[in-house]
Design a protein around this ligand. Structure first.
Ligand SMILES: [Zn+2]
Length: 356
């Protein structure tokens, strides 16, 4: 099968920029999949290779710590750093063998979690010295709780260091509502949930001075998690307003900003497509995949309940062994299968099939 991009982890300016340009030209955003360990990492590699589509694999801070194991202390972000490094090396080792083309990314990093990114940046620089590639393709810094100036001061500081390795930075302006990984924004005032075009222009100006390789997670009423429809209304038009504002202010080409869509679980296909029209190049999926993974295991556990009560003895006989039913590889795989099925749908929703 011919492909424009090689299998493996795409790092550096060439990989990410070419991707971004390609994705943008045909108006297809990347699917960015949140992972927590080898099981859903492998299911993502398997699915992306099967679909012949590029994928962004991302660890959240808590996801990276989980990958290191719940039993390891996270003092000083130790587990999150080591889990992030181990997860990245797992993907570097396997992506090419699967035939998957992967952009490797980390999700939200608030100010108090910056020691996590400090640790990963050291690992990036070390890996770059050894291989000529950064360990991660990109990181997100989410300093949206700070003032806009402080958000940009800190982001630029990290971005200068990342740019030397050809890495891409994702920032957040405004606040994604809802709750994810222990970060609870359910009480945030509604004005913070909608990013202003002036804020986007300010960020654009500061970041552009360092490198063109950045993306912006803007708030347009998007919410982490799935809830009953409430007060916050998804307003993708905000992205369009920002694009036009920046285009006019700096005399750029159309859609100068590469936007990221967080909290898309539960959004309608129509809303997703509208956001894509306004320059979204990366769309995250986490909550819907968590549910899908659990569904496969839930159904297996209830169907096979009578085979899982003891090591020996089931409806077929009191002396029948149950090993082939309770082996965790059997039921973990059921979760991977339903996860993969939901992920295929997520790629289809974006028309991102056979795009490598
Ligand atoms: Zn998010």
């Amino acid at each position: 099968m011919s492909r424009k991009f090689p299998a493996g982890v795409a790092t550096g300016t060439i990989g990410y920029r070419q991707f971004s340009n390609m994705q943008k030209r045909i108006d297809l955003p990347f699917r960015a999949v949140n992972v927590i360990g080898s099981s859903n990492v492998n299911a993502t590699l398997e699915t992306a290779a099967m679909l012949n589509s590029p994928v962004i694999i991302q660890f959240s801070n808590a996801g990276a710590a989980y990958n290191a194991g719940k039993g390891l202390s996270n003092d000083g972000q130790k587990a999150a750093i080591l889990g992030g490094i181990a997860g990245a090396k797992h993907i570097h080792t396997l992506a090419e063998a699967y035939g998957a083309t992967v952009i490797l990314h980390t999700d939200h990093c608030a100010k108090k979690l910056l020691p996590w990114i400090d640790g990963l940046m050291e690992a990036n620089e070390e890996f770059y010295k050894q291989t000529g590639k950064s360990l991660y393709s990109s990181h997100m810094l989410d300093l949206s709780e700070e003032s806009l100036e402080e958000n940009m001061d800190i982001s630029c500081q990290y971005f200068e260091r990342m740019a030397k390795l050809g890495m891409t930075l994702e920032i957040e302006l405004g606040v994604t509502g809802g709750e994810e990984d222990g970060v609870d924004n359910t009480g945030v005032g509604s004005s913070k949930l909608y990013t202003q075009p002036e804020e986007v222009a300010y960020a654009y100006e500061r970041l552009k001075a360092i490198s063109p390789n950045f993306t912006v997670a803007a708030a347009f009423g998007n919410v982490h998690g799935v809830y009953k429809p409430g007060n916050v209304k998804l307003t993708p038009k905000i992205l369009d307003n920002s694009q036009k504002f920046v285009q006019e202010k700096f005399g750029t080409a159309e859609k100068p900003i590469n936007f990221v869509f967080h909290g898309g679980s539960g959004s309608s296909l129509e809303e997703i497509r509208e956001a894509i029209d306004y320059g979204v190049i990366k769309m995250n999926i986490d909550t819907d995949l968590q549910f899908a993974y659990t569904e496969g295991i839930r159904d297996y556990m209830s169907e096979k309940a009578e085979y899982l009560k003891a090591q020996i003895g089931n409806p077929e006989g009191d002396d029948k062994p149950n090993k082939k039913f309770y082996d965790p590889r059997v039921w973990v795989r059921k979760g991977e299968e339903t996860f993969s099925k939901r992920l295929v749908q997520a790629f289809e929703d974006l028309n991102n099939i056979n795009t490598l």
